[in-house]
Write a new protein. Structure first.
Length: 272
């Protein structure tokens, strides 16, 4: 599979290149806010940044998410999924309107950029083991959101209005995927100076379908083939720094050949 940036993506790149200070300042302010507000400037958070900030993408050493009856799952999905509308945006994700994906929301305790389609009780009833696995697999004291998304068109390169600390904290589970080749990609995107590295598609591994990437340093997106369906779980939560450290240490050792590592320093992304 190959990613070719659209004209809109190339235009956005040119705008950032011509005035990268706006992106640099936005990423800097968001990182500071999140370190203050969510991590309370815990010294451990800064240790985690120094230890794992260079990791752009890491497959996670957690049990494989497996759908027991795919036909039943897809019947449930077709009955409950909607095309949501984006109602709010910010500097890195300003587009509003109809989404490029279908969605089912299982949990939403923070953020309201999209109109919600909460189907929590139905999902828990139909797929109790998957629900429990979501709650057991991530190094979080509390999960804030679990959103299931399925692309209906190419998903252009972007950052999320989400995790902006300097370690991989954007969790994804490839819950269902019919594509014969990988479609989801990330690439390194320093803002000082502004650079777009070559995209890397997520590795397909037999032992895990859960990944985490560094949203501060990277952009991500997805190519699309209408013949195939993919459902991705987007998970966010309050990271427990000790459990996170243990999981990332184990995951980077087990999947050392599958991690994507940056050659840049933190000052290439934010004001220090």
């Amino acid at each position: 599979m190959k990613y070719i940036p659209s004209e809109n993506a190339l235009t956005a790149r040119e705008q950032h290149y011509n005035d990268s200070s706006k992106l640099l300042n936005h990423l800097s302010s968001q990182r500071k806010f999140q370190l203050d507000h969510f991590l309370k400037n815990n010294p451990k958070a800064f240790e985690i940044e120094q230890k794992y900030g260079k990791y752009l993408l890491v497959p996670l050493a957690v049990p494989l998410f497996e759908i027991p009856d795919k036909d039943h799952f897809m019947t449930w999905w077709e009955a409950h999924a909607i095309r949501p509308t984006k109602q709010k945006g910010d500097y890195v994700a300003s587009d509003l309107g109809i989404s490029p994906f279908e969605s089912v929301d299982l949990l939403q305790e923070i953020g309201d950029d999209w109109n919600l389609n909460l189907q929590t009780e139905s999902f828990k009833k139909e797929f109790p083991k998957l629900w429990q696995q979501f709650n057991d697999s991530f190094p979080c004291d509390k999960l804030y959101s679990i959103n299931l998304w399925s692309s209906v068109q190419p998903f252009t390169e972007h950052r999320d209005s989400a995790e902006m600390v300097d370690f991989p904290a954007s969790f994804r589970v490839k819950l269902y995927d019919e594509n014969p080749e990988e479609t989801l990609f990330v690439f390194d995107n320093p803002s000082n100076p502004y650079t777009c590295e070559e995209p890397t598609f997520l590795p397909r591994l037999p032992s895990t379908n859960t990944y985490v990437w560094n949203n501060l340093r990277t952009m991500h997106g997805s190519v699309y083939d209408q013949k195939y369906k993919k459902i991705l779980a987007v998970v966010a939560g309050q990271v427990n720094l000790d459990r996170y450290d243990e999981l990332l240490s184990r995951s980077t050792a087990i999947y050392k050949d599958n991690c994507l590592i940056s050659k840049h320093s933190l000052e290439n992304y934010v004001n220090i």
